[in-house]
Write a protein that binds this ligand. Sequence first.
Ligand code: BMA
Length: 402
Amino acid sequence: MNRPTYRTLIPSLFASLMLSISFAALAGSPKSATPTLVTKDATAQTVALYKNMAKLSATTLLFGHQNTTAYGVKWIGEPHRSDVRDVTGSYPAVFGWDIGHLESGDEANLDGMKFTFVTDEIKASYLRGAINTISWHMRDPITGGSSWTKNPSIADIIPGGKSHKKLKATLDTFVAFNETLKVKNTEGKLEYVPIIFRPWHEHNGDWFWWGKGENLNKEEDYIALWKFTVEYLRDTKGLNNLIFAFSPDRSRMDLDKLPASYLYGYPGDDYIDIIGLDNYWDLGHSYNPLPLTETRAHFIASAEAISDIAASKNKIAALSEGGQEKLGQDKFWTEMILESLLTNEKTKRISYFLVWRNANKAREKMDHFYAPYVGHKSADDFVKFYKHPFTVFENELPNVYQ
Ligand code: BMA
């Protein structure tokens, strides 16, 4: 594999810079130098986070991990532990959480993590300066089945639908949860923890009840679902600590039909703050028949695509979810991720990369992990990734809330 070095990168950087400039001109230049949130009266900390993430995205990659302090491959429920921290000495910069089953009033989420624990961890990580993001594998409000129920439920729950009340009741559970995310600031006043909120993810796939599938839900209904979600939380309920992230799945994004393929279901620039992408597909997905040498090029191309789309809309691009399950590649971190995202100015503008959870092997009886643990064969490479000046973990974060 021909890997770019800084020296060989300079001419190509210049070329890609010219390309980016012409793309921005074609797509409409950024409206202002600093991006603004779709929530006009967002809290000062939320505004600061968004602006700082935009600024940092030019030179760094924030590393994120799902459920990092809840459990790891060989442990569960040990306070302050994280596989990422065991290996590198630092927590990730971005903490991912999932609130699936909150909508049913359950005590714990779909992976058995108590919501009181999630609240405590979000508050604690915020006070240490880290960033939190929430996704929602919610049950199907119509059948009561899991997220993976292939029922076309969107039309029934959006405004005008016969079960619209169920959507409101569902969102109300989030409003109540959000109320628990308040901490005392240095002046003794309560403030809400800013949250990157990422509902309705991977909607271009065929595995969730809110998905596109083969004629499962209509695109216009999905858009109405997003618009209602933002308007209800922001305008009706007055939540002002949310940064809204859109996150289709790479496996159903056609690189030959960009940006249209990425933008399937996009509710509009007034509803989205982060141009996210969930990418497992290019990183060694078991259903992808192509060799990693080819998928690596696709990983780069898809990162460039979301970077371009975000630049044209004056928003932030992120790899909102992804990774390589079981990490079979020893040098996954430096060769697949770091070098790919250092390819050019576009790939460098990706704000963060969040890898999915490290399921506890004993409890879940499966090998399902995306960050290395102590003794794993990619652990040394992960330390190199951690030490590289481009990557940022919690202990290297500047104050992003000021
Ligand atoms: C999926 C898998 C599932 C899990 C869900 C929510 O991708 O990890 O096992 O229940 O995310 O965390």
